[in-house]
Design a protein around this ligand. Structure first.
Ligand SMILES: Cc1ncc(COP(=O)(O)O)c(C=O)c1O
Length: 406
């Protein structure tokens, strides 16, 4: 069997594509396209690869899956069953994480806006940390924690110093002094972590180093004001596992460790919040060519409403109806939304023969596609979960209506 898209759970034998151990022919004979398919074994595989690498470098490594990458219940259940924590941005995700059974001491919550309801439920549920993006939120949390007679751990998201980043606190001496007073005067909060998340799809070691530098500089400033931080959180930003070679991930883990040692940074625990790395290459669309246009343009029955550019996926296209034909002829692929802007890719190497009705596999669509999808008036695709030779439908738009959280 030959591997497709560098993904050991996508293979071809003769002229048949296998999704884990299920033949794609079986799938398309049972279900209408477009379909979104997730590979349970690939998610587990990615989680284990990531945690093995970071556990081998760091004694006190903690991992929190970024729910926003893919918040489908069945996907989050898989993550929970692997012992990973949850990184949450809002109330609907928190309700879901608690319902699924993520232990509260493995849930961290933060975002640019923390509503009163979110803070209350977080404090009541005894979640591990609330992450603040603005120092003003600390007062709000302290007063809610006081009413609930709790001491809430707080993480400060610092600005990663990426040139255009608006997220997180740009800590200066005045802020550090304010934090010193806060720490001394507010008795229902404890500031014990800092987070810096740099970017998405980070392929370059330099990006990880810049992110780490933001942490190191801020820790230094805080320690000058007597604020002791136990935990450092480097966020997410890792590409799809098929895109990031294993050796590169190992190098990143080692370099982070060495840089921390060389800078004599004191910390107890190190956290990461991967999203895309766990689920990105565990999702794929099966779509269909609905029209062959001029100048080697083809139109698929998916588009940016369900496979959005915003998701920044490393899309890969395979003509599974002609899988043995060479994919070496430049082809542009448009989506089904009636606008010229619905372009999925331009000049992509594809089969010479372009035929209406051919089935096209679009790989690496497991992260952020559903999150950033919009309500363009087409039916949502059915969603299937494949494990070994089992196939389970986990979403049917006719029954479930919508996958949004509320
Ligand atoms: C604070 C934070 N942590 C983690 C993530 C997850 O990033 P990724 O899916 O690229 O690993 C994001 C994504 O935007 C984020 O903003």
């Amino acid at each position: 069997m030959k591997i497709i898209s560098g993904n050991p759970f996508l293979k071809k034998e003769h002229d048949t594509v296998f999704i884990d151990s299920v033949s794609v022919n079986e799938i398309v004979s049972r279900f209408k396209t477009p379909l979104l398919i997730f590979l349970e074994n690939r998610i587990r595989d990615n989680i284990r690869t990531f945690t093995n690498i970071f556990n081998s470098e760091f004694k006190n490594f903690h991992c929190y899956y970024s729910f926003k990458a893919n918040f489908l219940t069945e996907i989050c259940k898989i993550v929970n069953s692997e012992g990973i924590g949850a990184e949450i941005v809002g109330l609907p995700e928190l309700n879901l994480a608690l319902k699924i059974g993520f232990p509260p001491d493995k849930i961290i919550i933060g975002g640019p806006f923390l509503s009163k309801e979110l803070i209350e439920l977080s404090v009541k549920s005894k979640v591990k940390e609330l992450i603040i993006y603005s120092l003003d939120d600390i007062k709000k949390i302290n007063s809610i924690a006081q009413k609930l007679n709790r001491i809430q751990n707080i993480c400060i998201r610092v600005n990663s110093q990426k040139y255009d980043s608006k997220l997180g606190v740009k800590l200066d001496k005045r802020d550090a002094s304010k934090l010193e007073q806060i720490s001394n005067n507010y008795s229902n909060i404890k500031i014990n972590s800092i987070l810096s998340h740099y970017s998405t799809q980070m392929n370059d070691l330099k990006q990880y180093k810049k992110n780490l530098q933001a942490i190191i500089d801020n820790l230094k400033l805080l320690s000058e004001y007597g604020i002791r931080i136990d935990n450092i959180n480097l966020g997410g930003g890792f590409p799809e596992a098929t895109v990031m070679p294993l050796d590169q991930l190992r190098i990143i883990a080692k370099e982070i460790k060495t840089t921390l040692e060389d800078s004599e940074t004191h910390y107890t625990n190190i956290y990461f919040e991967p999203g895309r790395y766990f689920v990105g290459d565990a999702g794929l669309f099966i779509s269909k060519v609905i029209k062959v246009g001029q100048k080697r343009w083809i139109f698929l029955n998916i588009g940016n409403h369900i496979c959005p550019k915003f998701a920044r996926c490393s899309l890969r296209f395979y003509n599974i109806s002609q899988i043995n034909e060479p994919h070496k002829y430049k082809t542009s692929i448009a989506g089904i939304i009636p606008t010229d802007q619905d372009v999925l890719v331009k000049d992509y190497f594809f089969t010479e023969n372009l035929r209406e009705g051919d089935k096209v596999l679009v790989a690496n669509t497991g992260a952020y596609c559903l999150t950033f999808s919009n309500r363009f008036p087409y039916s949502l695709p059915k969603i299937l979960l494949v494990k070994d030779n089992n196939l389970r439908q986990i979403f049917d738009p006719e029954i479930d209506k919508d996958f949004s959280l509320n």
